[in-house]
Structures are given as structure tokens and as C-alpha cells.
Design a protein around this ligand. Sequence first.
Ligand code: SF4
Length: 426
Amino acid sequence: MSILSQPKIVAGAFQDAALGPIRRKIEAGERLTLEDGLILYETPDVWSVCQMADAVRRQLNGEVAYYNINRHINYTNVCALSCKFCEFYRKRGQDGAYEYSIDEIRNLTREAVESGATEIHSVGGLHPYLPFSYYTDMVAAIRQTADEMGSDLHAKAFTAVEIVHLAKIAKVFKADDRQAGIRWVLEQLIDAGLGSLPGGGAEVFDDRVHNETHKGKIRSDVWLDVHRVAHELGLNTNATILYGHIEDRKERLVHMDMLRKAQDDALSRLGYESDAQGAVTLTREGVEMPAAGNCSKGGYFQTIIPLPFFPDGSELEQLPGPGGIENLRTLAIARLMLDNFPHVKSFWIMQTLAMTQLQLCCGADDVDGTVVWYDITKVAGRDTHQEVAVDDLKKAIVEAGFMAVERDTLYRKVERNGKNWSVRER
Ligand code: SF4
């Protein structure tokens, strides 16, 4: 656990005078407003925005940039929904539709353990016919296979959207008391061996965007309910924002604000003091970072993962998608607005490794992992086999000027001897 000092922003006047008051707030550990966020989006001086995000990133995580060795399992692409920005889903019986058996999950887990992975990250479509037991069996199969092989492999699985789908399949989801059904599902999955929740399915927390691009998916209040219950049960979770389609920048900022309010609640439950406005910021001098991996202190958002929208193959193919500067700026703003998130991930699969190197200098402290298979979004010109060798990840981090540190899912440092590994509590 580290005690934080003030962020060190290089002295000197900004080209854009509107950034001065924002810098003063950042240096004082004060929360930025939505209006501040809009200034950060609209200023032509994007490099000063990146510089401020870098100062906060160094305040929270020093010179360290994290990577992990993991394997993604997208257990089915069959989905009851048809989100417009999604190129992954298929309808049952359609060409290319698939679902893995539990035996196949076991085999993939075995391969992951043999490759030295510390994590399985498993998400999929909302399959209309698989029974609830399939999901608990999947998690149990991952954990049992790992146990048999003497590995502490972590099972991170199911977005909030899938958790609600599971509650509906299990017939425990009630609109007038949805947290009860969500809690029941999470308890069954925790019993089976679930270790944490990923952050997908959040998209953009806005009803207009929801209605136009992913109607049928859960709305922001339900997504936040799932994470709230997970936090109450001691699970750490992550969060995403899928940007660069039909949403505007203000809607992105509202999304970030809703996430940081949810994190205020989570950190308050863990004993953090809030200010008069109810804000709990990690960027104030003297505040402690949440203890990585300490289960008795689990139950908060670890990471925000800004995900750029890829138009190719989706129903929104006519849109251009975000450009490189917008990707840099959005990640930097996420670092500055989400003052109570310990980590910001540049998910290299969607950003590309070259962009991830730049983002490490603009607020990111995590590049995710070696990701053997990733079916959800294909970067143009690549197939789904998107493995990057550990040496390449480390080289990319070092070339960006940071110290490459392998982490487990809960941001504990991994001690590795070839394929064998253990973790050190911080
Ligand atoms: S984004 Fe998720 S819920 Fe929407 S269609 Fe794709 S797989 Fe289904």
C-alpha cells in the first residue's frame, strides 16, 4: 500500500489559459467538473492534457507499467441481442456460430496453465438456450482444472450484461428487486470459483445512445447495480467506456462521472473518507491506494478501460471511428476525471501496441496481457489470434520509458520462474 504525494506537473504556462485552473485543481487533488472535462476535450493543447494525465498516473503508479499473462475465452458468440456496434454476435445456426462445451473450456484452461497464464478472462454472447448450470460449471471447470495442475489461475468472467442474463435464465431476476437476483447469481458463481468481474457492457451510460445502438441491453442503472452488488460481496471489478460512435463528448464525461460516483460509494464502504460533496479521491496528498488483492479489502473498481469503437463489420460501418489523437485525449481525460480509479488500462488489442506505448505516456499504467484469443473485436487486417509474446510487451513498455511489472488480476506483483508463478501482496 503506498501513500500518495502531490502530482508533479512540469512548471510553465500552458498555451491555453483555460487549462490553468484545471491544473491547480489537479495539483490540489480536487475533483474536476464536467465543465472542466469539456475544456480538456476542446482545448487545442492536447499535449498539456496528456502531460497532466501523465503527472497523475505517476503520482498513483510511479514508473510502473503493468502487463499480465492471460487467456481470453469467448465461450459463445450466439447472442439474443443485435447491438449495432457489435461484429461478434451470430444467431444460433448461422454460419460461424459456436459455443464451447465444458470439456473444451477445460482443455483451454489446461493450455492456459501450461503457458504460465495467471488469469482466464471469459465473456460471451447472451446465449438464449444454455442453462444456468453451464455457467457455474464453466467457472468450476476453470478453477478445478487449475487446482489439479497446482495453479492459482484466477477466473475473471461475465460482464454485468451477462450476469443479468444469467439471473433471467435462473428466473431470479425481479424488476422490483433486481439486486436480490443479481446477488443470488454472483453468490453461486463465487461458490463455483469466480474471482472478479470484467468491465465490459457499459458502452456509454446514456439513454439516447442506448436506444439507438444497443436497445435490449441493460441500462446504466442496472449495470451499476451489478457492480455495486459485486463490490458488496468483496469482488473487485473493472469498468469500460466504448467511445467514438454516436455519442458526444459530454455523454462520455457523464459516463465517467457516474462511474466515479459508484467508486465513491465503493471506497466509502471500505472506510475511505469523502469530502463535503461525497467525493473520495485517491489523488489527494496522503491518501492510500486500495490494497491490491487483499480480499478482506476487496470490493471496488480497479481499472477504467477506454475502448475505441471499431466500425468494420458492424451495423455502424458508415461511421469513421475515433482517430489517434482522440484516443490519446480520451484516455488522458479518463485518467484526470476518474480520480478514484487506481488504474487506467490501454487495452492494446483495441488500441494497437504502438498507440498503447503513447498512451502509457498520457495516463495509462496497464497494457493488459498476452491475450491468446480475442474474438470480440478484430483490429483491421488481423485474425483472431492476437497473441503478443511477453518479451514484446515488456519491450514496448520499456521503450515507452516505464518499468514493466507483471501483475495478476488483482494487481499483485507476480514472481515468475518460467511457467511457475506466485504473487506478492503489496
Ligand atoms: S455487444 Fe454483447 S450483447 Fe450486444 S450483440 Fe454483441 S455479444 Fe450480444
